[in-house]
Write a protein that binds this ligand. Structure first.
Ligand code: F3S
Length: 677
């Protein structure tokens, strides 16, 4: 025979706590002890307590002894019952399971906030009746899916809780219906994990055995459910209170036998059943020849504060993680013990089914939970990694979670690492808040394990990366190569562009084909700029960039568009003593010499022309190399030999200002300078 004993078999945390309360009080109590209803649904335990003077009563009226105390059992009672006890000035000992108490608090709070309370559970179960007592017995109690349509109409503002021992499937089905049919509905999944765990384990074991034995009281709701679950997977399932209830003829020789027990079944009864089974079949347990008693003892995990053990995540709430430790109570990791990073959500860190390592903070927090910390395990491991990284000067990844005086705090492998403001970047940062929640690469620059202080630098990493990139950049750079860079800074003389690895400068003269006064006329900081290398000097770390495009050169357009003798329309843009400048294209001006303005003698260009006037003129000369264009209006007019300016223009240049006499033709630069002046 091979026996597979469920790890979760036997007293749950709530029952064990209640039993301890009872036994403690038996020792110190002067008067009689009464339990309001059987303390647990287990006849053997109730009988044993009776022998010790603890009597189960149904009504408070049954208590006549003034010194007596009433024990409230794990199922809990309604608010009115507490008031009755107080009215009668009775002493009472509250052994309500903390998980059930939590449901009372939820129901009371939501009932006061005008929620309709819905309890998914058995209306005849004392726990459900107790819960209902916290909303003045107004709860809608749904036990079967068929109940819903009968009892339930769509309502608004609903608060749903569960009896701790119901099957999850029932909760899922009914909750799904409510979700669709109600508005403003809040669900509190209050199914106890002890129940869940037992049922899951029973299901798994029942699938793999020939015979399944479920030990526990016939009135114990959770034991009955275990039997139901087991039966679905193993038809030879026996729900027994004691060994004697097993069929006489049942032979277990060469059988694989699964054993589980309800939350109210004491360990001594489970042991007794196992031992009697072994005796009866007279076989050894397993290859290690361990007694079943030993196997049972070994199946119970012992925990000590400070231990690091493995557990499995069984459920998540908004701020807690529940972990199965193979112990009688589940462990709880609060959000503050899960991570140092407040921006993380629980579901980003763990999910149901994950096996995780946890540190035991307290074996019992007073409410029966095992308090755990994942953060501490991460930190212990993190220290080793950080020390190694500091020695090897390797790069670590972290996330910035806090801005503090003089720097920021990053979480690296669960450890808080201070990064001074001067070490966060390779440039000055005025507002450290921009780094909040950002991931950073860093190197450890100082570590003091005793004081638990670590200092890191992102700047070292950034500078090293930049140096590497710069080396690669210099190896590839060549005149004419194009880059897309970000305009980093505008100065009077040009624009600095970040090319990724290095910065280059676009001189102001390279920004536009037209003359500009400031780079901001063309670019602004943060712009992406298509640039090309004009020149570079690795020694001096200088890169000159070009920005204006050859195809935008207006002289290229002039070349393709205009020819000598063409008659064109142009606009007078400036008048000077020796002639008029006209605009052929934006950025390209030509000169109509005073002698070419009219077929009559004129004193000054203003006598005939005004700025802005559109005129027709003939191109006399087009010098693309020197970028000079001269035009004539006179060439388009009939000759008036007597009255021309020829002699002034051709022979009296010395009367013009000297700067114009040397060359009356004009370059774009001249024109623009003149214009800007
Ligand atoms: Fe409490 Fe859960 Fe047991 S609710 S009494 S720990 S089954």
């Amino acid at each position: 025979m091979e026996i597979i004993l469920a790890k979760s078999a036997g007293f749950c945390f709530g029952v064990e706590r209640a039993m301890n309360i009872i036994y403690d009080n038996i020792k110190k109590q002067d008067g009689n002890l009464f339990t309001l209803g059987p303390i647990i649904h287990n006849k053997q335990v109730v009988d044993e307590l009776y022998e010790k003077g603890v009597q189960a009563i149904e009504s408070l009226d049954e208590v006549i002894d003034e010194n007596a105390s009433v024990v409230i059992r794990t199922h809990g009672i309604g608010k009115k019952k507490y008031e009755d006890i107080e009215k009668k000035e009775m002493k009472y000992i509250d052994a309500t399971c903390p998980y059930v108490k939590k449901i009372h608090r939820i129901v009371q709070e939501h009932y006061c906030n005008n929620y309709q309370i819905v309890i998914i559970g058995d209306p005849n179960h004392p726990e459900v009746q107790g819960i209902n007592g916290w909303c003045e017995d107004t709860a809608i109690i749904l036990n079967k899916y068929e109940d819903i349509e009968k009892k339930f109409k769509s309502i608004n503002k609903v608060c749903v809780v569960a009896q701790t021992t119901i099957r999850r499937k029932k909760w899922d089905i009914i909750a799904e219906y409510l979700k669709i049919n109600c508005t403003d509905i809040i669900f509190f999944d209050t199914i106890c994990n002890a129940t869940n765990l037992r049922q899951t384990e029973a299901r798994e074991i029942a699938q793999n055995v020939d015979v399944m034995v479920v030990i526990g009281g016939m009135h114990s709701s959770n034991t009955r459910k275990l039997a139901e679950v087991s039966k679905q997977y193993c038809k030879n399932t026996y729900h027994i209170e004691t060994f004697e209830a097993l069929p006489e003829k049942l032979s277990l020789v060469n059988m694989k036998v699964g054993i589980t027990a309800g939350a109210s079944t004491p360990a001594c009864i489970i042991k007794e059943v196992i031992n009697k089974m072994v005796e009866k079949e007279n076989v050894q347990t397993n290859s290690e020849e361990m007694s079943f008693e030993e196997a049972f003892e070994q199946s119970l995990v012992t925990l000590n504060t400070g231990d690091i053990i493995k557990g499995t995540v069984i459920s998540l709430s908004s701020n807690e993680v529940y972990v199965d430790l193979g112990y009688k109570s589940d462990g709880i990791i609060s959000m503050s013990e899960l991570t140092n990073d407040p921006s993380q959500k629980i579901e980003d860190i763990v999910k149901v089914g994950d096996e995780i390592e946890v540190f035991i903070v307290r074996v019992n927090d007073g409410e029966g939970h095992v308090l755990l910390s994942k953060k501490k395990v991460d930190m212990l491991k993190g220290w080793d990694e950080i020390e190694t990284a500091a020695e090897e000067k390797s790069i670590l990844e972290g996330k910035i979670i806090q801005v503090v005086n003089g720097g920021v705090i990053a979480i690296v492998n669960g450890i808080r690492v201070f990064i001074p403001a001067s070490q966060i970047s390779d440039r000055y940062v005025s507002d450290l808040n921009i780094y909040m929640n950002q991931n950073v690469s860093l190197q450890i620059i100082d570590i003091n394990k005793r004081k638990r202080k670590v200092v890191g630098s992102s700047r070292i990493v950034l500078e090293a990366e930049k140096a590497k990139k710069a080396e690669a950049f210099w190896n590839e750079i060549e005149v004419g190569k194009k880059y897309t860079g970000t305009v980093k800074k505008l100065m009077k003389f040009g624009a600095f562009v970040d090319l990724g690895a290095l910065d280059g400068l676009i001189h102001i003269s390279e920004l536009s084909w037209s003359k500009i006064k400031h780079p901001s006329e063309v670019l602004k900081e943060g712009d992406l700029a298509e640039v090309y290398i004009l020149d570079f000097d690795k020694e001096k770390n200088k890169i000159s960039l070009g920005f204006k495009k050859a195809e935008d050169n207006p002289w290229e357009i002039v070349k393709s568009k205009f020819n000598v003798d063409d008659v064109i329309k142009c606009k007078v843009v400036r008048l000077v003593p020796f002639g008029a400048f006209v605009e052929l294209l934006p950025g390209v001006d030509g000169l109509i010499h005073i002698s070419q303005i009219s077929n009559k003698r004129i004193g000054k260009p203003e006598d005939v022309l005004t700025i802005g006037q559109e005129v027709e003129a003939k191109i006399l000369e087009l010098d693309l190399e020197k970028q000079k264009i001269s035009l004539s209006i006179r060439a388009l007019l009939p000759d008036d030999v007597s009255d021309t300016n020829d002699d002034v223009d051709e022979n009296k240049e010395d009367k013009l200002p000297t700067e114009y006499t040397e060359d009356v033709k004009v370059t774009i630069g001249d024109a623009i300078t003149e214009k800007s002046e």
